[in-house]
Design a protein around this ligand. Sequence first.
Ligand SMILES: *[C@@H]1O[C@H](CO)[C@@H](O)[C@H](O)[C@H]1NC(C)=O
Ligand SMILES: *[C@@H]1O[C@H](CO)[C@@H](O)[C@H](O)[C@H]1NC(C)=O
Ligand SMILES: *[C@@H]1O[C@H](CO)[C@@H](O)[C@H](O)[C@H]1NC(C)=O
Ligand SMILES: *[C@@H]1O[C@H](CO)[C@@H](O)[C@H](O)[C@H]1NC(C)=O
Length: 551
Amino acid sequence: MSTEPVELPPLPGRCRSNLLIKTLLLIFIFAISFSVYFSGTWPTFIVLLDPVYPTNTELEHEPTENPFREMSVDDIMRSVWDDLPADGNFSSIESSSSGQHSVVNLEQPGAQYCVGDSLIVLVNMKDHRGNPKVHGGDFILARIHSPNLQASASGEVTDLLNGSYRVRFRLFWPGDVLVSVLLMHSSEAVGILRRISAHNYDKIIYTGTFYSGNKTEQSQCGIRLKADRPLCEYRKKEDAEYYACVRPKTLSCSTLRTMRSRNGPISNMARDERLLLSRKNIGIEMRNSFGPVKVISCPAGTHRPTEKCVAGFGMTSPSPSGYFFRNRWSSTSCQTGNFFSADAISRCLKGRNLKLMGDSTVRQWQETLIKTLKGLKYVNPYDTHYYALVVDPQRNITVQWKMHGHPFVTGYNVVKDAVGYIFREVDRVAVDDVVVIGVGQHFRPFPLEIFVQRLINMRKAILRLHKRSPQTLVIIKLENTRELDSDMTHLSDWFGYVQNLAQRKVFRDLKVVLVDAWDMTTAANTFAIHPNSMIVSNEIALALSHLCHDA
Ligand SMILES: *[C@@H]1O[C@H](CO)[C@@H](O)[C@H](O)[C@H]1NC(C)=O
Ligand SMILES: *[C@@H]1O[C@H](CO)[C@@H](O)[C@H](O)[C@H]1NC(C)=O
Ligand SMILES: *[C@@H]1O[C@H](CO)[C@@H](O)[C@H](O)[C@H]1NC(C)=O
Ligand SMILES: *[C@@H]1O[C@H](CO)[C@@H](O)[C@H](O)[C@H]1NC(C)=O
């Protein structure tokens, strides 16, 4: 039997009408309302909608004709929470969902499977006593894989809201296919994560250091601080970004130079709640009632995507967005190019400035390109905490990485002026540049609205960029999964999952490329904040497939 992937049937068009109605409704609600950010808990920080851009009231225009449609933080937040099921109410560990007691069944046992078919499994969730769960909300990740073929793909999980979950896989390659469904968090654990995150700005505590001459002072800083002491506030009204420090005793606010962070304690958690978020209850593989699934190549008219990869509107990519075969990722919606050799990559990047903006997961792109292309050399000064530029003068390629602005989670003393907001960087992008944005990991410990505010600022900057330079390619790299022994209260993948949902909503109508690192790392089961070079090389290849079509 051949082990090469054979042609696939076209993807079924997914029903988007519901989504469309929601989107239109969202825009409409927006157009008639005048929203206020950060109402409630934050007394002195109420910022009205940015008045620079006209509010759109016409719904029928194409996105390009209509570059400055507004979105508010509240709209996006509401839309994100609307998409998520109600979470469980924790009463005891015994009555919470248990990966060990739950079972995964085939929907149609005994069926024959061809490449291109869907494979559907049902998860019957049970609690720690073995009783069936009767509500949804569990956080589940699923994948199929064939280790000997280095092949894998994620599955699409549908919450049936009654304790059952349907997981749909597409079968991309012939062979013995294993199914693996992980209970990442019980719905009860998700409820705890939601509770301890809402309006909680203190999960990360910052220490700011002020310098003047030979004098230094330190004080507490934060993304929000209670205004019961004199504060130094760092904000720009027009972009609603803000942080503050307790005013130092003698030095002025403008002498703030560095900030570092540490984890703050989470006080309102019971012992059993902490247990629910400890490693032994995270990422538990549920038992399958069936063995490997045999998949064969069938002759029926099937084909692989023939479309070239182009930046498109919307994040309405199919699920899964692709699959690994022999450690190479193929997109399910367009032809992924073979951009793995130094030759192919440098031909594509010749004369280009690749501008990587965001956290260390996009710095990994730079590191991988340095290893692969050889000719790229660091230009001084560089600092792997914030900024690095590498240049290959012969091939005329530059790759710049810049860390995103506050907030960041690090014990390192980050120099305030060395990092900048991505939306300001985007305003400096030139026509020939290629922009890659990857954010999220450092936002996980903060309430969602902080991240959404930042995304909305980036959205505006991308719209401004595309107004002056419609052809400039903008690539959004979603968050990847991270270690299962991460500090869940601060860094759980559930936060990343929700943040990715927010990214899709904020960027959905922009002409951008989505590199779904979540989908890749779920398929490959990596659970590493810095995925291995196989993953990163495939992220780069997918991105370059949208820039060049000759590999
Ligand atoms: C949890 O409690 C809230 C408030 O009482 C309720 O609205 C929600 O439906 C409950 N969730 C579940 C899954 O039972
Ligand atoms: C949950 O609902 C689905 C479809 O609505 C049904 O097929 C399934 O049997 C239900 N599961 C339970 C445990 O009631
Ligand atoms: C700090 O600088 C001031 C004036 O520049 C000087 O008078 C003082 O002695 C210095 N202090 C220390 C501890 O070096
Ligand atoms: C390098 O590429 C830039 C475009 O990014 C172009 O303007 C410049 O002329 C190129 N230089 C050489 C030496 O090819």
